[in-house]
Design a binder for this molecule. Structure first.
Ligand code: EZ4
Ligand code: CO
Length: 409
């Protein structure tokens, strides 16, 4: 079999997505997701200008060889743009291989290790009553694990609060990136946040009881000692995880956090290779790996990363916000179903226009996702529908402290 075409499709239903479609001389097609929120066109160019010409004529079955060739022949290694582009190729080739085998992709990864994939949803509120309503709403939608984000008195705009209006006046539900000419400015005050958050979790536990798994995303804003204190303060509320408590480029910083708290830690949505985790995993400084299949070189690289993590009883918590396309989401679900050290899967539901462009066969029932039984990934791209939604520039917000200093967002 040979690759005869590879097309980069950029579409913007609800938000921007970059999809690679690979076609073989047998007429099989495979899809891969290369969406990098706020920097989509960089991946589209990397693929169209530098990778597509290298794919034509290659054997699509040689997935490992293609991965190694793209990684090593570029000379310039790693980075989110490169690794998203490699992921798009890798996932498209797995889609083709599984379609050629006539099996859902998870079968090629070793078959199902469980009957379904536990998902968590994003509840949030500007105050406690709104947060409780959002949690109840997520429970009604079927979620059995809930991420809790909340506004903080004294801060005007905080990451993850859906009802908070953006600069375009719209709610923030599906997506923090906004279609504005410049990135939206949000504000931040770590001391106010540290004072406020434990009381919110106390209220949630009192209302919803001890059973419900609760998660929280710190979104890279704390220093190690601040993160250590928050982890300790949240211990009575038994979190499933505290995510991205510090910006983790400095992996050693997590030693300090770990010494002080038994709150489980999850890190890695902005990482793109196993090297970003080397110290975190080897020294058992985290409990969950947050990489996205889409940003970490695809199924091939994620499988190796999660097998490495498994040796240390570290589990998966694959990134699944709306900026992962349904193609990237399906890839995550096949992997989740197959690996032994599955932890939980993030699942923010896509908007109606996205579901029109990407026809999906994965299901969500009673808190569990399943990738379905279609050969391949189980996602089809409606190219005519995609063409109705041209690329629209959008930016993620950024943060400033009270005195104007730029802070991690
Ligand atoms: O802010 O994917 O855990 N989920 C997250 C996401 C990220 C977005 C950035 O594009 O932190 O909502
Ligand atoms: Co996150």
């Amino acid at each position: 079999m040979k690759i005869v075409a590879a097309d980069v499709i950029v579409t913007s239903p609800d938000r921007n997505f970059v999809t690679l479609k690979i076609t073989t001389d047998d007429g099989l097609t495979g899809l891969g997701d290369g969406t990098l929120n706020g920097r989509e066109l960089a991946v589209a160019s990397y693929l169209a200008d530098h990778v597509v010409p290298l794919l034509i004529g290659r054997d699509p079955h040689r997935i490992e060889d293609t991965w190694q060739f793209l990684y090593r022949s570029a000379y310039w290694r790693r980075g989110p743009v490169t690794m998203a582009a490699i992921a798009a190729v890798d996932v498209a080739l797995w889609d083709i291989k599984a379609k050629a085998a006539g099996m859902p992709l998870y079968q090629l990864l070793g078959g199902a290790s469980r009957t379904g994939v536990m998902a968590y949803g994003h509840a949030s509120g500007r105050d406690i009553p709104e947060l409780f309503d959002s949690i109840r709403n997520h429970l009604e939608l079927g979620y059995r694990s809930i991420r809790v984000q909340t506004s903080v008195p004294g801060i005007n705009a905080v990451y993850g609060v859906a009802a908070q209006p953006g600069p375009d006046g719209k709610r923030y539900d599906y997506e923090p990136a906004q279609r504005t000419p410049l990135p939206a400015e949000e504000d931040w005050d770590t001391r106010a946040y540290l004072r406020h958050l434990p009381g919110v979790f106390e209220a949630v536990r009192n209302e919803f009881g001890p059973e419900l798994p609760l998660l929280h995303d710190g979104h890279h804003r704390m220093t190690p000692i601040q993160a250590a204190r928050l982890g300790k303060d949240l211990e009575p509320y038994d979190l499933f995880w505290l995510e991205d408590c510090t910006p983790a480029e400095n992996q050693e910083a997590l030693r300090l956090v770990r010494q002080h708290t038994t709150t489980p830690l999850a890190i890695g949505e902005v990482f793109n290779t196993v090297w970003d985790y080397q110290t975190l995993i080897r020294e058992q400084l985290i409990d969950y790996v947050r990489s996205a299949v889409t940003h970490t070189g695809g199924i091939t690289a994620m499988r190796k990363l999660l097998d490495f993590a498994a040796q240390y009883q570290i589990k998966s918590g694959i990134h699944g916000p709306t900026d992962i396309s349904p193609v990237g989401m399906a890839a995550a679900l096949h992997l989740d179903l197959a690996i032994h050290n599955f932890g939980i899967q993030e699942y923010m539901q896509h908007g109606p226009l996205t579901n029109e462009v990407f026809r999906q066969s994965f299901t969500f029932a009673d808190g569990y996702l399943h990738p379905g039984e279609q050969p391949g990934l189980g996602v089809e791209l409606d190219e005519q529908a995609a063409a109705r939604f041209p690329y629209t520039a959008a930016y993620l917000p950024f943060n400033r402290l009270k005195d104007g200093t730029v802070h991690d967002w």
